[in-house]
Design a protein around this ligand. Structure first.
Ligand code: MN
Length: 743
C-alpha cells in the first residue's frame, strides 16, 4: 500500500471509531470514555500488522463487533471494551495477564471465555451436540456477555464472508445455522437471528436465495396494494377510537420462506403468510394489555379471525421475553392474513432484545441489564421448569434435528430426529432394547417402530422371551441401536448355527457319512451357500431339505459331489463402485489434486453440483453435495475433516441419479416415461418402479447421467409428459424440488 492509501485507511479507522462512540449512548462518564479509548488504542496496536482476507486492516473487525454489541444488542462499556479486544489474546502477543493489569479482572474473564469458545470449536475432536454446546457456554461463561459478544463476532464474520474461501464459507455457514442462529433466537435477538439465517442461505443456496429475493421484489407492488386495502378500515376505526399507532407490514425473512417451501414443498406463490401486518400502538405501560385487546376487537370487527390461530403472548410472554398478540384473519379475497398487535415497547424489545429494554427503564439501566442477563442465564441453565416451552422454541429451528423425550421418571433423553421407540429402548440399556416388545407412548400402547416426537413420554415394555429381529434394523436410526442389534443378531445366529451343526451331525451319522470338513464343504456347495456357518444356520432354521442329501453319491463315507461353476455376473453394486472410484473427474483439497474418492450415497452428487469432500474413518474421501441433508451436521461437527472439492469435467463418465415422478395415473404413462428416457442421448436407465394409489402414481427412476445439464434436460422432458405433475431429484431422504409446476 502506498503512503497515501495508508493515510486514507487511518482516516477510515478513525471514522469508524467516532461512529462507535457516537452510537454508544451507554458510554457516558469520562471513565467509560477513557476505557473505550484505551481498548481501542491497544487493539489498533496489537493488530497493526494483520489484515483480513478482504485485504482491509484487521482493526475494522473488532470495531465493527463493538458497534454491533453497542448498537444492535445494547450493551455498555465493559462489553464494548471486550469486543474491541476479543481477538487480541488469540491472535497477538498480548496475554490475559496484560489485559487484567490494564482493564481488570472482569474484562479478563470475559476475554478468557471468548478465547476458549474459539479454541473449543475448531480443534476439539468431538461432535458438539446442541446440549453439549449449551453446557459449554454455561461453564465457559460465568458472564453471559461472552455469548453476546461471540454472537456479534459471528454476525460480523457472516456479513463479511464474501472474501473467504469457498470451503471456509460452507464451514462457517453450517456452524452458524447449527449453533448461532438458534442461540440468537433463544436470546430474543430476532433481528440478528433473521440476518444470520438469511446470510447462511445466501452462501448455501445462492440461486434459491436470489430467486426468492427477486420474486419478493417483483410482487412488492401487488402486496402493498393488498395490504393498503385490507388495513384501510382498521386505520379509520383506530383513529376514531383515539389511538396513536403505526401499521407496518413485515415480509418474512428469505430463510423462513425458503424453509416453508422446503418443508411443505409448495412453490413461493402458494405461501400465504409471506408477510404479516403489524399494528404498533403507543400506549402507557399500565394500559398496554387492554389497549392491545381493544385493537384486536377492532380488527376482528372487520375480518373474521381463525380461532385456532390466536396467540396471546401478552398475558404469558415467551421465555425469551417476546410479547405480542397474534391473530390470523380472513381477508375479503379469501386469503388468511396474520395480524400482530403490540405496543411500541413490545415491538422494540421483540426486534432488538435488550437494546430496547434499558431504554424503557432508563432510571435503572445497569440494574435492567443485570436483570436481562440473569434471565438469559436462567433460560440457558434450566430448561426443566417449563420443559415444553423450551422444546417448542427448539422445534422452530435447526435443533429439531434432535428430539427430547422423557422417561416415565421425567428424565430427558436426547435422540436424533425420526428415532423410534426401539431406539429409545436401546438408549436406556442394551438389555432393555433386546427384550423390548412394545412401548407406551404418553400412556398409550404403540408398536416398536413408532417414531417419537419431542415431548413424548416413553415407557418400554419388555419380555424375557423376546429375541432381537433382523427386521428391527429397518426402523432404528441411532448408531447405538444399530450396532447393538447387529451384535445380538450375530450371537443369535451363532446359537442357531450350533443347533444346526448338531442336526447335521446326526443326519450325517444316519447317512453313514464321515463328519469331516471335506464332506461339510461339499454339502455347503451342494446347497450353494457361501460358508459353513451359513449352512449350519440355515439348517438350524429348518430352511434346508436335508433328505436331498441321500441322493448324493458317496464312497466309503466320503461324498462324491462336484459343484458346477457358474460365472458370476457383476452385481449392480459392483458397477456403481467401479464408476465411483474413477478419480479423474474431480479434484480435492487445497492443492486440488486428483485424489481417490467415493460418491456419498446419501446425496449422490453429479458433475455440476456444488460439492465437498469428507474424510471418513474407514472409507477414504466421500464426496457430498453441499446441500446434502447430512452436510450441515458433518461440517459443523467435523469441520477439520472437510476438504474442498471441485468437478473438472475432463472426461465423460456416468453418475447415478434418482428422480421422483408424480402425476395422474393414465394408460401408457409408464411406456411414455421410458420412451423419453431412452430417447435422451447420454442417459441410461438403471431401474424404474411405479406405484399407484387412488389414481395418483408415484415413480422412482434411477438413471446414469453425465452431469446436471443432462439431468435437468431429462427432467424437463419428463415434466412435459401428459399427466405428469411433478418431477424432482431425490436427495437422501428429503426430496428437493428442482422443477416446480408451472402449469
Ligand atoms: Mn473475531
Amino acid at each position: 500500500m502506498t503512503e497515501e492509501e495508508l493515510a486514507t485507511e487511518r482516516k477510515a479507522i478513525a471514522r469508524e471509531y467516532r461512529a462507535l462512540l457516537k452510537n454508544s449512548p451507554r458510554v457516558t462518564t469520562a471513565v467509560d470514555k477513557v476505557l473505550v479509548r484505551k481498548a481501542f488504542d491497544l487493539a489498533v496496536d496489537a493488530h497493526r500488522d494483520t489484515r483480513r482476507k478482504s485485504g482491509e486492516a484487521y482493526i475494522f473487525h473488532p470495531v465493527a463487533v463493538a458497534r454491533i454489541v453497542s448498537e444492535e444488542i445494547g450493551l455498555g462499556t465493559t462489553s464494548i471494551v471486550c469486543a474491541l479486544l476479543h481477538d487480541v489474546v488469540e491472535d497477538t502477543e498480548i496475554s490475559l495477564d496484560d489485559i487484567e493489569s490494564l482493564f481488570g479482572e472482569r474484562v479478563r474473564s470475559i476475554i478468557d471465555g471468548l478465547t476458549k469458545i474459539k479454541g473449543a470449536q475448531f480443534t476439539e475432536n468431538v461432535s458438539i451436540q446442541a446440549e453439549n454446546f449449551r453446557k459449554m457456554l454455561l461453564t465457559l461463561s460465568e458472564d453471559v456477555r461472552v455469548i453476546l459478544i461471540k454472537l456479534a463476532d459471528r454476525l460480523h464474520n457472516m456479513r463479511t464472508l464474501e472474501s473467504m474461501r469457498d470451503d471456509k464459507q460452507q464451514k462457517i455457514t453450517s456452524e452458524t445455522l447449527y449453533l448461532y442462529s438458534p442461540l440468537a433466537h433463544r436470546l430474543g435477538l430476532y433481528n440478528i437471528k433473521s440476518e444470520l439465517e438469511d446470510l447462511c442461505l445466501k452462501y448455501k443456496e445462492p440461486e434459491v436465495y436470489g430467486e426468492i429475493e427477486l420474486s419478493l421484489t417483483k410482487t412488492k407492488a401487488v402486496r402493498t396494494r393488498f395490504i393498503n386495502q385490507i388495513t384501510l378500515p382498521i386505520k379509520r376505526q383506530l383513529e376514531k377510537s383515539g389511538f396513536q399507532f403505526e401499521i407496518k407490514s413485515r415480509t418474512k425473512s428469505i430463510y423462513s420462506i425458503y424453509n416453508k417451501m422446503l418443508t411443505k414443498s409448495i412453490p413461493l406463490e402458494e405461501i400465504y403468510d409471506v408477510f404479516a401486518i403489524r399494528i404498533i400502538i403507543e400506549s402507557e405501560l399500565d394500559q398496554e394489555k387492554s389497549d392491545c385487546w381493544k385493537a384486536y376487537s377492532i380488527v376482528t370487527d372487520f375480518y373474521k379471525p381463525n380461532p385456532d390461530r390466536l396467540r396471546d403472548w401478552i398475558s404469558t410472554p415467551k421465555s425469551n421475553g417476546y410479547e405480542s398478540l397474534h391473530t390470523t384473519v380472513m381477508s375479503p379475497t379469501g386469503k388468511w392474513v396474520e395480524v400482530q398487535i403490540r405496543t411500541r415497547r413490545m415491538d422494540e424489545i421483540a426486534e432488538m432484545g435488550y437494546a430496547a429494554h434499558w431504554k424503557y427503564k432508563e432510571s435503572a439501566s445497569e440494574h435492567a441489564l443485570d436483570e436481562w442477563i440473569s434471565r438469559i442465564r436462567e433460560t440457558l441453565q434450566n430448561p426443566n421448569p417449563s420443559a415444553l416451552d423450551f422444546i417448542d422454541d427448539f422445534k422452530l429451528n435447526l435443533f429439531s434435528k434432535e428430539i427430547f423425550v422423557f422417561t416415565p421418571k421425567g428424565e430427558i433423553k436426547n435422540l436424533p430426529h425420526s428415532a423410534t421407540a426401539l431406539d429409545f429402548a436401546f438408549e436406556i440399556h442394551t438389555q432393555v432394547g433386546a427384550k423390548c416388545i412394545g412401548a407406551k407412548l404418553n400412556h398409550k400402547l404403540v408398536p416398536l417402530s413408532t417414531q417419537l416426537k419431542s415431548g413424548d413420554q416413553v415407557e418400554i415394555l419388555t419380555s424375557a422371551k423376546q429375541k432381537p429381529k433382523e427386521d428391527w434394523l429397518r426402523f432404528v436410526v441411532t448408531a447405538k441401536a444399530k450396532s447393538n442389534i447387529k451384535g445380538l443378531l450375530k450371537e443369535e445366529r451363532k446359537r442357531v448355527a450350533m443347533d444346526g451343526r448338531e442336526i447335521l451331525s446326526r443326519k450325517m451319522r444316519n447317512l453313514k457319512l464321515e463328519n469331516s470338513e471335506a464332506n461339510i464343504q461339499k454339502i455347503q456347495s451342494f446347497f450353494r451357500l457361501n460358508s459353513s456357518l451359513e449352512l449350519f444356520y440355515q439348517i438350524g432354521k429348518e430352511k434346508l431339505d436335508l433328505s436331498r442329501l441321500s441322493t448324493l453319491k458317496k464312497e466309503k463315507g466320503r461324498l462324491k459331489y462336484r459343484a458346477t461353476k457358474r460365472p458370476k455376473s457383476a452385481t449392480l453394486q459392483e458397477i456403481v463402485t467401479k464408476i465411483d472410484t474413477k478419480n479423474t473427474n474431480l479434484v480435492i483439497g487445497d492443492s486440488m489434486e486428483n485424489l481417490d474418492y467415493k460418491i456419498a450415497h446419501c446425496c449422490n452428487p453429479i458433475p455440476g453440483d456444488n460439492i465437498f469432500g469428507f474424510i471418513t474413518v474407514n472409507d477414504g474421501i466421500k464426496i457430498h453435495r453441499q446441500n446434502c441433508p447430512n452436510a450441515i451436521q458433518l461440517m459443523s461437527n467435523y469441520a477439520y475433516r472437510i476438504m474442498k472439492a471441485k468437478w473438472t469435467n475432463t472426461e465423460v463418465i456416468s453418475f447415478l441419479a434418482a428422480i421422483r415422478i408424480t402425476g395422474i395415473d393414465q394408460v401408457g404413462l409408464v411406456s411414455e416415461v421410458t420412451k423419453v428416457i431412452s430417447n435422451e442421448y447420454h442417459v441410461n436407465m438403471r431401474s424404474i418402479s411405479f406405484d399407484t394409489d387412488d389414481g395418483i402414481f408415484e415413480g422412482t427412476v434411477r438413471v446414469y447421467v453425465n452431469d446436471t445439464t443432462h439431468l435437468t434436460e431429462l427432467m424437463r422432458k419428463l415434466k412435459n409428459i401428459d399427466g405428469v405433475t411433478n418431477v424432482s431429484r431425490i436427495k437422501g431422504e428429503a426430496s428437493e424440488p428442482t422443477i416446480t409446476d408451472s402449469n
